[in-house]
Design a protein. Structure first.
Length: 136
């Protein structure tokens, strides 16, 4: 599975879990919050695909905290964009940041835990070791 698909699969529970936070309301009109969920997911998926800020493996040294900060800023701004474009309500920047933590954590977990479909196991030094018996 491609990295972008694994990240998008992580967005499904990420947006749903972030919507359970008390400061984020997916539909303030009192009707079904399903439209707000789908709208939030589509916007997160589109922006996360355009601006990739998820490391492919956890062994990237200094790049890891840099991508974490960039991803949190990106996701916080996406929550405000969603609130501006739809009936989703975000009470404060702290709730947007908390939602960003949840969404980003789920994305990273999906990219790191779900199988990638590539043969080989990544090692801490960035190389890959083949899985299974060697053909030589």
């Amino acid at each position: 599975m491609k990295d972008i698909r694994r990240q998008q699969l992580g967005l499904l529970p990420g947006v749903a879990l972030a919507a359970t936070l008390p400061g984020i309301t997916l539909d303030e009109t009192g009707e079904s919050p399903l439209f707000g969920y789908f709208f939030a997911y589509i916007l997160f998926a589109g922006i996360s695909t355009a601006l990739w800020a998820t490391p492919k493996d956890p062994y990237q040294g200094l790049l890891l905290p840099i991508l974490a900060v960039i991803g949190l800023i990106q996701d916080t701004l996406v929550w405000y964009l969603i609130a501006w474009l739809s009936e989703v309500r975000v009470d404060s920047v702290w709730w947007a940041l908390a939602g960003a933590f949840v969404v980003r954590g789920c994305c990273w977990a999906a990219v790191w835990i779900l199988p990638s479909g590539t043969s080989g196991t990544p090692t801490p030094d960035g190389t890959s070791t083949p899985d299974g018996p060697s053909e030589t």
